[in-house]
Structure formats: structure tokens, C-alpha cells
Design a protein around this ligand. Structure first.
Ligand code: PHE
Length: 330
């Protein structure tokens, strides 16, 4: 009988234990056999043998029952572990999104001008001819309109070609003084390595009593701003033309790639053009019926800033929605 005690002790599963139960307690099991064999034993030993067999039967049954409880508990625990669902876990497939490099750059620009007390204004992307051109001293059929061909709707409505119409909207709605920027999307009929039909600009406008706003103020704030964006760069103002400013200037920074030595990106000039600016033309103030005021304005392309900050070669790649490319700028 000893081997059956060992067998029960060593059984590793409920299934194995069941096999043992049949072999020991079954109709043709060892105990049944042993009881049946008693008939051949001498009469005076029969009661002793029966007593021993019954003891074994009880003890084996106790061992069996105890072991069965242990094995069942273990197996239940294993099953629960395998089927466990942790409802507090996040799905593994979702990843956090991040800001597009153009929006990151825009935020940084807005951050600077907000710290300088500029209010943030927004206009509309579908504009009328008056706000986008006429009031900005760009009369109908003026050749300067050619540089800003856009997408037209009926009734002289169009997709704005720059953020400058927000200057007009703001001046029509509020009295001076004004100190504002206008970030937003603009549209032009352009498509090449440095132009996309939709891009972003940030406009700036400061207006106050006549004589209070000068080119010196404009120069100071733009130099400070460009150093905030690009670090220690040289800043240069070049005379230029915009219909809505007089005098006008284009602003260059020393090339961030070659530090001004001359390379492919700056066409060997050592300078990169980054924005346009000037003193607000009197005709613009006339259009919005402002009198005895002076002001300055500027406008910049956000994609161009992002390209220079992140050293991106082809502007169009910013709008292809390629996660692998965009992830590099997080
Ligand atoms: N609106 C001009 C452009 O899109 C930029 C500009 C804004 C220039 C304000 C001067 C003053 O090119």
C-alpha cells in the first residue's frame, strides 16, 4: 500500500489524482482486490486483515481528499492568473500626439510678443478684396497684386494672401493705441521647394499718437525678437518695397548654417531673409479713417522660421503628414 500513499503525495494535477483514485478505490481497484483476496486467508486472520485494510482505506481517502483540495486550489489560481484582465491598463497601441513643428514655432513667436505686451488677434481666412488689398494700398489692377495671386470666390471674396488684412480689421474695430500680432494660415498660388499654397504668417502692428512710434522702435524689437528665436545672429535691414509701408525694409539674419561665411542655403551671401516690415503708409491710415497717428508693421512666414530652426531642406515635407519625419522635432 505504501506506493499508493507516495503516488498521492507526488500527484501534480487533479487529472493524475483522479487516475489514482480509480486505481485505488475503483470497482477493480487495489482495495477491492485486497478485500476480495480475504476469502483465501485463514479464518483467524480475516478480522485482522479487514481491520488493516479499512484503516488503509480511510487513511488513503484522507490523503486523497486533502491532496485534491490543494491541487484544485493551485489549478484555480493558475487559471485566474492566465485569464486576468487588468482593466486599469491603457491600450498598448495608442501614443500621445505632439505639436507640429510649424505650430511649435508659431507658439514660440506668440510667446515672445505676448511677453512684450502684444495682443493676439485673428481675422478670417476667407477675406474680402478691401481688407486684403484695397485698404492696404493695393488698388485694383496694381501690378504689386501679381505677386500675391490667390484663390477667388464670387463677390470679390478670396483666400487671404497674407495676415495684413488683420491690421485693417483691428483698426476698423478699435481706436488707437494698438499693439497686436496676428498669427494664422494664408494662401497663395505657389508651389515649389520653398513655397506651399497654404502657409502661416505672423503679422505685427503697433499704432500710437503721431511721433510716438518710430523706425528705431521697430528695429529694436525685431532685433531682440530674432535673437530670441535664433540665438546670437547678426541682423541686417535692407531697403525694400511693400505697398502698405513706407519706408519698407526686408530683414536678414546671418546664415544659421554657415555662420555668415556663405553656403548653398544662403546662396553664398551669408544672409537669410526672414521678414518684411516698415512704417505704416499714410494711405492705410486714410483707408481706416485714423488721423494723427504713426505706426509700424511687420510680417513673417512661420514655415521659413521652422525650416531654419530645424534645418529642414524642403518646405513641402512639413505638409506630407509623415509621422517619421515629424517625430524628429518633438
Ligand atoms: N504682408 C507682407 C507679405 O506677406 C509682409 C509684411 C507685413 C511686410 C507687414 C511689411 C509689413 O509679404
Amino acid at each position: 500500500m505504501k506506493e499508493w500513499y507516495d503516488a498521492i503525495k507526488e500527484a501534480q494535477s487533479v487529472e493524475k489524482l483522479e487516475d489514482i483514485r480509480i486505481s485505488v478505490f475503483g470497482k477493480k481497484g487495489v482495495l477491492a482486490d485486497a478485500f476480495a483476496g480475504m476469502k483465501n486467508a485463514p479464518d483467524n486472520e480475516k478480522s485482522q486483515i479487514a481491520k488493516e485494510l479499512n484503516t488503509h482505506k480511510n487513511e488513503l481517502m484522507n490523503e486523497f481528499t486533502a491532496k485534491k483540495i490543494i491541487l484544485q486550489t493551485l489549478e484555480l489560481q493558475e487559471a485566474m492568473k492566465a485569464e486576468a484582465i487588468d482593466v486599469s491598463l491603457y491600450g498598448t497601441s495608442s501614443e500621445a500626439g505632439a505639436l507640429h513643428p510649424v505650430m511649435q514655432t508659431m507658439d514660440r513667436i506668440v510667446e515672445y510678443f505676448s511677453s512684450m505686451n502684444f495682443a493676439v488677434k485673428t481675422g478670417t481666412m476667407v477675406e474680402d478684396d478691401f481688407n486684403n488689398f484695397e485698404a492696404l494700398n493695393l488698388p485694383k489692377y496694381h501690378p504689386a497684386r501679381d505677386m500675391q495671386d490667390t484663390f477667388y470666390f464670387k463677390d470679390e471674396m478670396l483666400l487671404r494672401t497674407h495676415t495684413s488684412p488683420v491690421q485693417i480689421r483691428t483698426m476698423m474695430q478699435t481706436k488707437p493705441p494698438i499693439r497686436m500680432i496676428a498669427p494664422g494660415a494664408v494662401f497663395r498660388r505657389d508651389y515649389d521647394i520653398t513655397h506651399t499654397p497654404m502657409f502661416h504668417q505672423v503679422e505685427g502692428l503697433v499704432v500710437d499718437e503721431e511721433g510716438k512710434v518710430s523706425f528705431a522702435n521697430l528695429k529694436y524689437i525685431l532685433e531682440d525678437f530674432l535673437k530670441y528665436m535664433f540665438g546670437e545672429v547678426e541682423v541686417r535691414f535692407r531697403p525694400s518695397f511693400f505697398p502698405f509701408t513706407e519706408p519698407s525694409a526686408e530683414v536678414d539674419i546671418s546664415c544659421v548654417f554657415c555662420k555668415g561665411k556663405g553656403c548653398r542655403v544662403c546662396s553664398q551671401t551669408g544672409w537669410l531673409e526672414v521678414l518684411g516690415c516698415g512704417i505704416v503708409d499714410p494711405n492705410v491710415f486714410k483707408a481706416v479713417k485714423y488721423k494723427n497717428v504713426s505706426g509700424y508693421a511687420f510680417g513673417l512666414g512661420v514655415e521659413r522660421f521652422a525650416m531654419l530652426i530645424h534645418q529642414i531642406g524642403d518646405l513641402r515635407s512639413l505638409f506630407e503628414g509623415d509621422i517619421k519625419l515629424l517625430e524628429q522635432f518633438q
